[in-house]
Design a protein around this ligand. Sequence first.
Ligand SMILES: [Zn+2]
Ligand SMILES: [Zn+2]
Length: 182
Amino acid sequence: MNCPHCKDVRLEPKELELGLVAASCSQCGGALLSLMFYRYWLEHYAAKEAAEEQPDSPEPVEAEDTQSALCCPKCTRLMTKFQVGPDTDHRLDLCTTCDEAWLDKGEWRLLKQLDLHGKLPKIFTDAWQRNIRLQRQEQRQNERFRDLLGDEDFERAEAFKQWLNQHPNKIQIRQFLSIEFQ
Ligand SMILES: [Zn+2]
Ligand SMILES: [Zn+2]
């Protein structure tokens, strides 16, 4: 099985974490990860490891991200790209037929830093992807209001919104406000 990126380099087994073996490329540093192995690792190793592990350094992780479409090294079908989270442009490639994910160099560390390394199958769900789109939409909306209101007033309005949203009488307060503003 050859690297989908470097084409003529053979993938060799390598441990991403204790108990988690992926087929990795010595040239580009990418790795093909079977979600079946991953699930086994998550069940048997990950919980134990998390208890012992030191938190990862807060320095930014340098990770590659393949922009072009990749073909699955197993079945040669096109892999699908999935957004990782609202605050990163990184995308993971998945072969939905083989249930194999391609991680570019550094992407595993990036997942760990974002605390997403225990959520891999979830990232590949419609719900996860939809949620990212909604969060980005909200971020864009907030930026527009911040431009409109200026930093100080935006922050006041934002703090008020948060206070209101977790208030036990938020319905009554909203009613009161809408009467006031009529
Ligand atoms: Zn490679
Ligand atoms: Zn495949």
